[in-house]
Design a protein around this ligand. Structure first.
Ligand SMILES: *[C@@H]1O[C@H](CO)[C@@H](O)[C@H](O)[C@H]1NC(C)=O
Ligand SMILES: *[C@@H]1O[C@H](CO)[C@@H](O)[C@H](O)[C@H]1NC(C)=O
Ligand SMILES: *[C@@H]1O[C@H](CO)[C@@H](O)[C@H](O)[C@H]1NC(C)=O
Ligand SMILES: *[C@@H]1O[C@H](CO)[C@@H](O)[C@H](O)[C@H]1NC(C)=O
Length: 377
């Protein structure tokens, strides 16, 4: 209901606002023109104020007017949600040298630093009241859902962070998850029975792999509730052709829009296909990390994955209009800004970052889900 705002309603609401503003501004001005005394002006302003207040209080008794008021407030709510989803990636880092770390204990230079993050303290971001979810909040939110995380090693690290949150980082179960998940280039499935959550990690180094995956879901008429996708680095290394990457992304966008029971309205449940109603999946794009060229571990990577190529790939993503901010279906998990802000002290190989970065991405995703599933204003 919150999102069923017709254009007429919106225009009606705007007109009403304009009329009200005119009354409040023009009537006292006109009176001033009639050379009324200051006391009379105050009296008329008071009368005007009281009449408007009475109108506001009477609106519930006049259905048409109260519809209008509801629609105005839902526009405000809608804007608030959109603006919060736009600022959910605004995270700041506090990276400090660790006090107690022996040279021998650290496996990489990034082990020498403590990394803490939080949402920026600007008024716009604070108004959204983003929160790091506890294990139990995350479990409530994901209870009974099917989550698919698909992509390259960045996506694998996100899947690991999500499981870490839901299972608890210390559990012995987490140890075996870590072990299985890191078998190179393979898929991984887990069913967390406490909360009935199914998580699939699908190894998919190329964008074309997502397109096949989505075709497969379409064929089986079975869609995940949450789907995170992200690929680009493999293409950059093996094809080094941003325009080809852009083509792949466009094809992906088209298949998402046409194959998934996807509704362009933010957070509404999807359209009905056949007789069964299908919930619209929540879709995320996992952005590329900032690459620190001098830290990359092979000569080939350092040559092919330079800054200029990285930016060409980033622009290709923009041109593809895959992301919500360019009118597309996927919400960005902005790994670029997370990795850029965390900086070189958060990575050992210039490509894979500290767990804190992927943990932040998971909380960005969960906060977006809270907003989209209307559990938060
Ligand atoms: C370094 O790696 C070892 C073995 O993988 C691990 O036990 C240890 O905790 C790591 N050290 C740090 C500081 O992360
Ligand atoms: C998950 O949801 C089911 C029913 O919807 C409920 O019985 C169960 O307690 C929930 N589990 C958690 C961990 O929230
Ligand atoms: C991903 O796509 C590439 C290129 O289209 C293909 O060669 C590869 O087999 C696919 N991988 C998976 C895991 O589907
Ligand atoms: C890049 O890919 C496009 C589209 O696939 C192709 O037409 C073009 O020739 C490629 N460019 C290079 C330099 O390989």
């Amino acid at each position: 209901m919150l999102f069923a705002i017709s254009t007429e309603m919106m225009i009606g609401a705007v007109q009403l606002g304009v009329v009200a503003a005119c009354i409040v501004l023009l009537v006292p001005m006109a009176m001033a023109g009639w050379h009324l005394s200051r006391n009379k002006m105050l009296f008329f302003s008071g009368v005007l104020f009281i009449s408007l207040a009475v109108c506001v209080h009477l609106t519930p008794y006049f259905p048409a007017v109260s519809d209008l008021v509801t629609s105005v407030s839902s526009i405000v709510v809608f804007d608030h949600r959109v603006s919060c989803i736009n600022s959910v990636n605004e995270i700041v880092w506090d990276v400090k040298p660790k006090i107690h770390v022996q040279i021998g204990d650290a496996n990489s230079s990034s082990d020498y630093y403590d990394k803490n993050w939080d949402w920026a303290k600007t008024s716009k971001v604070s108004a959204c009241d983003f929160q790091k979810l506890s294990k139990s909040d995350a479990s409530d939110l994901l209870n009974g859902s099917w989550v698919v995380v698909s992509g390259d090693s960045q996506a694998r690290l996100v899947a690991l962070s999500l499981l870490n949150l839901v299972l608890g980082s210390d559990s012995t179960r987490m140890e075996s998850v870590r072990c299985d998940l890191f078998k190179r280039h393979s898929d991984y499935n887990i069913f967390v029975d406490e909360i009935g959550m199914k998580l699939d990690f699908i190894w998919a180094p190329y964008v074309t792999n997502f397109t096949s995956l989505i075709r497969e879901y379409k064929r089986k008429k079975s869609y995940p509730d949450v789907m995170v996708m992200g690929a680009g680095l493999w293409h950059m290394l093996h094809f080094t052709n941003a325009s080809d990457y852009n083509d792949d992304l466009r094809i992906l966008r088209n298949s998402v829009v046409s194959f998934l029971p996807f509704s362009s309205d933010l957070g509404t449940n999807g359209p009905v296909t056949g007789s069964e109603s299908i919930r619209s999946p929540h879709l995320f794009w996992l952005g590329m990390p900032v690459l620190i060229n001098s830290m990359l571990n092979t000569q080939e990577k350092r040559e092919k994955m330079g800054d200029a190529m990285w930016h060409a790939y980033d622009r290709a993503l923009g041109y593809s209009r895959l992301l919500r901010q360019t009118g597309g279906p996927l919400v960005l998990l902005d790994i670029e800004s997370l990795t850029w802000n965390c900086g070189p002290r958060c990575t050992a190989d210039g490509m894979h970052y500290d767990v804190a970065v992927y943990e932040a991405a998971v909380h960005v995703m969960l906060n977006t889900l809270l907003i989209e599933s209307h559990q938060k204003l």
